[in-house]
Design a protein around this ligand. Structure first.
Ligand SMILES: Nc1ncnc2c1ncn2[C@@H]1O[C@H](COP(=O)(O)OP(=O)(O)O)[C@@H](O)[C@H]1O
Ligand SMILES: [Mg+2]
Length: 368
């Protein structure tokens, strides 16, 4: 039985879903239906059970059902090992989203301690060739799966950095304005880097000892500023202060984990991921997500929820079967989408099959 699974999901006035209820068992869910039927919207709703802006990185306002504009709510019962949690997250009038766990108002970062989610969506097809922020987010999701405090460390760092950037923009030169901020940034930055590196190490190791047919990738953490990054916070704070002159000229912080990047190499061919074929790049991402799952299961005994949007369509039936076999062997509750039921044939009775439909701009969902 999966260690982490959604048991109930209620979605209200969220994008195309006015009011849907899904009572699910721990098996994977295969959601099929025509384009625009509301499949990705369901995955997006599930993704909001973890901290952050979800699979589309949308604002709470974008998620409000149009034209009603009433605000939205997602309610879920999630089981983690033998403990159940009731999670509610909602937005009123497009205001930033709120979270409640077991009837207690909490901050978003608390979600990360319960629900670990990894996802693959079509927009990530260009992950290796586009700007670094997409890769950094991918890395951070990986990292968060291993270290629930990672989200909070990133928030602390970014908040302090915004303050520092304000000073830089205002051309403030007085040392004492910076010192406390830079020290706070340095402390958070060190934690962020340690966690990111640890996550990469774990995923690397999980790839080495597996027999998957998906290709493996070696990942490295690199930084836009090509300097040796100190490993203790005093030295890093000192480096921040040395960078100040340069930073004032550009009006922002140049050095730090907010400019980390992920460099991926296709191991078998020793070719950078960005130069691999589109199909290979996709296979690499699948491979990394599966390795992440294995590593997490081994380290914590918990498998994450997997959101795999339109992944099946890009795989031949051999690979599809291999993917499904791995998901089932891991015991992960994967939420898969595709346009037709034939994409999920290989899953058979190992999954729950659902049909999503669009009717007059409102989606519905039915078990098949
Ligand atoms: N805020 C919104 N309010 C109402 N409908 C929306 C909103 N955002 C997106 N939609 C609609 O949701 C529909 C389904 O989207 P999606 O889940 O992406 O479909 P798919 O099944 O292809 O993944 C689209 O037709 C889109 O117009
Ligand atoms: Mg979709």
């Amino acid at each position: 039985m999966p260690s982490l699974a959604v048991e109930k999901l209620n979605i209200s006035y969220f994008r195309s879903h006015r009011a849907i209820q899904i009572a699910c068992d721990p098996r994977p869910l295969a959601i099929y239906g025509a384009n625009g039927a509301g499949k990705t919207n369901i995955l997006e709703a599930v993704s909001l059970l973890s901290p952050g802006r979800g699979v589309r990185r949308a604002s709470a306002t974008d998620m409000v059902q149009k034209p009603e504009n009433l605000g939205w709510k997602i309610k879920a019962v999630v089981r983690l090992h033998d403990r159940k949690y009731e999670i509610e997250t909602w937005s009123e009038n497009g205001n930033s989203r709120q979270v409640r766990i077991d009837n207690k108002n909490v901050t978003q970062v608390k979600l990360g301690k319960i629900v670990r989610i990894l996802w693959l969506i079509p927009a990530m097809d260009r992950l290796w060739t586009e700007a670094a922020d997409g890769r950094r987010r991918f890395l951070d999701r990986m990292t968060l799966s291993f270290d629930a405090d990672h989200a909070e460390n990133v928030l602390i760092y970014e908040k302090a950095m915004r303050e520092r950037n304000r000073l830089l923009k205002d051309q403030v030169r007085d040392e004492h304005w910076y010192r406390a901020i830079e020290s706070q940034m340095a402390k958070a930055a060190i934690k962020i880097r340690i966690s990111r590196k640890e996550a990469l190490k774990l995923v690397d190791a999980a790839q080495e000892c597996s027999e998957t047919i998906f290709p493996s990738a070696h990942l490295e953490l690199v930084n836009a500023e090509d300097v040796e990054m100190p490993t203790n916070s005093q030295d890093l704070a000192e480096l921040f202060s040395q960078y100040r002159k340069r930073d004032i000229i550009v009006g922002r912080t140049l050095l730090g984990p907010h400019r980390d990047d992920l460099y991926g190499v296709f191991s078998d061919k020793n070719i950078p991921a960005k130069d691999s074929s589109t199909g290979e790049q996709k296979a690499l991402l699948i491979s990394l997500i599966l390795a992440n799952c294995r590593a997490l299961k081994e380290k914590t005994g918990t498998t994450p929820l997997l959101l795999l949007d339109e992944v099946a369509a890009h795989l031949d039936s051999n690979r599809r079967e291999a993917l499904y076999d791995e998901i089932c062997a891991l015991g992960a509750q994967a939420w898969l989408t595709g346009t037709g039921p034939e994409l999920f044939q290989e899953l058979g009775g190992r999954a729950q099959h659902l049909l999503a439909m669009d009717g007059d701009g409102k989606s519905s969902i039915a078990f098949k």
